[in-house]
Design a protein around this ligand. Structure first.
Ligand SMILES: *Cc1c(COP(=O)(O)O)cnc(C)c1O
Length: 451
């Protein structure tokens, strides 16, 4: 140990200093002592160098850190609309307030007309039926859970046929064969990676076949010499044999976005109309909270609702509230496109983005407005690039350091690097976030350019 380290002050002395500075009036003694110990540990790690900001300031900094929540709101300047690490879909204002309203007591499972016990599913079921044309609907905690429930209820002890081209990994430990295995159904693979015909399914049918499962290839594309059977043909083949066709569409697209240049994602309504049991997420293209939705005919969904797994996978009241409010917006597609942030961001007009980028760049000296592209994210519309307008921060700034400083800002601003420059994409920056972004960049400038 060198002299500097030996000459570090005692905890008791720092506690006296903290007390004179009034820290004990605002924080408990235990918290202040913890912050003192952290400050001393920091100084020891710096070879005994006392904090440049002074001991009291260092202790205050550690106290502030302890008070800061781990899960904090962040500004998404990446241009990735469904950013899984940032919580996927940002909720519509109506969904946020419905969620907040439900957090105390609410009519979750009470029928207010009769006073009898109700079902938490009623709040969303009729809306889902109305919007999609399905006979019945169930909501669980996410699409992986929904798939587990469907395959366990309908396929346990029997066989489930899946094309070799659809045995996908969605990411984050979601691998289709593993989910099927856990649900207790035996996987029967048919076809090849690139081609699976209706006849392949037909030849695989056995007396034990319970389900034919189609999975949307949501996070990759299969191109070239490929073929797959249509959902309607598959339903036609299986129906007369009493085998359920399940379609995992992934994203929950409820409005055709082809007019906005977004093609290739299955529309939920089409899969429902084809006669399949349809499974998808609530927090991808649907633009709602994390949830897994199952649509289909009455009878199989009734069976699912009586499966003990259904109870284990049920969503809480805040999810039901947010999903109901989001679905209400879909009653008028124009309202949905305007009010649901995911849809509004995906369909944002390039001229609007350009205006927002210019407005932001004007407030950042040395920033430039350059063309670029945003992406959908969340395993939806893979490879689709949405033309956007980026605000590039000054070329001379060290990109990695700037990215980290923005991330550590309060609120955190998450950006990305392109050609060695940090860029901000106005597509995913929400209303009211421009000012905090400008403020964050001002702090970064002070750090990298000096006073
Ligand atoms: C994203 C996705 C899932 C998983 O959905 P979660 O709601 O995240 O559980 C399942 N299947 C497909 C095809 C998906 O794209």
């Amino acid at each position: 140990m060198n002299d500097l380290r030996r000459s570090l002050p005692a905890v008791s002395r720092l506690l006296e200093e903290a007390k004179s500075a009034g820290l004990l009036d605002r924080h408990s003694r235990a918290l202040v002592v913890q912050a003192i110990r952290s400050s001393l540990a920091e100084a020891r790690a710096a070879r005994g160098e006392p904090p440049a900001e002074g001991w009291v300031a260092a202790i205050e900094r550690h106290l502030a850190q302890r008070h800061r929540r781990s899960l904090r709101p962040a500004i998404n300047a990446t241009g990735v609309v469904l950013h899984t690490n940032l919580g996927r879909a940002p909720l519509a204002l109506a969904a946020r307030s419905a969620m907040a309203d439900a957090l105390g007591y609410c009519s979750l499972e009470l029928d207010l007309e009769t006073g009898e016990r109700g079902s938490r599913q009623t709040h969303t079921a009729s809306l889902l039926r109305e919007i999609t044309g399905a006979e019945a609907a169930l909501v669980v905690v996410n699409a992986a859970a929904a798939l587990l429930l469907v395959c366990n209820t309908l396929g346990e002890g029997g066989e489930t046929i899946v094309s070799r081209g659809e045995l996908v990994e969605i990411g984050d430990a979601f691998r289709l064969p593993e989910i099927l295995q856990k649900s207790g159904t035996s996987l029967v693979e048919v076809g090849t990676t690139n081609r699976t015909r209706l006849r392949d399914y037909q030849l695989a049918i056995s007396p034990r076949t319970k389900i034919a499962l189609k999975v949307h290839r949501s996070n990759f594309r299969l191109t070239g010499f490929t073929s797959e059977s249509s959902l309607a043909d598959l339903v036609g083949l299986m129906k007369e044999r009493g085998i359920y066709v399940v379609h995992d569409v992934g994203s929950g697209l409820l409005i055709d976005l082809a007019p906005f240049g977004l093609k290739g994602e299955p529309l939920v309504q089409e899969s429902v109309a084809a006669g399949a049991i349809v499974v998808f997420s609530g927090d991808k293209l649907l633009g709602g909270p994390q949830a897994g939705i199952v649509l289909g005919p009455q009878e199989p969904l009734y069976k699912m609702a009586r499966n003990p797994l259904f109870r284990a996978l049920r969503p809480d009241k805040s999810i039901i509230a947010a999903l109901e409010a989001t679905l209400r917006l879909y009653r008028d597609p124009a309202t949905a496109l305007r009010e649901i942030p995911t849809l509004a961001m995906l369909t944002a007009d390039l001229r609007v983005l350009k205006r927002r980028a210019r407005k932001l760049a004007r407030k950042i000296e040395g920033a430039e407005v350059i063309p670029g592209s945003s992406s959908v994210g969340g395993g939806s519309f893979p490879e689709t690039e949405l033309p956007t307008v980026l605000v590039a921060l000054p070329q001379a700034w060290p990109a990695q350091q700037v990215l980290a400083l923005l991330r550590k800002n309060e609120p955190p601003v998450i950006a990305r690097i392109e050609n060695d420059r940090v860029v901000l994409d106005p597509r995913t920056i929400m209303d009211g976030e421009l000012a905090p972004v400008v403020e964050a960049v001002r702090r970064v400038r002070a750090e990298v350019e000096g006073p």
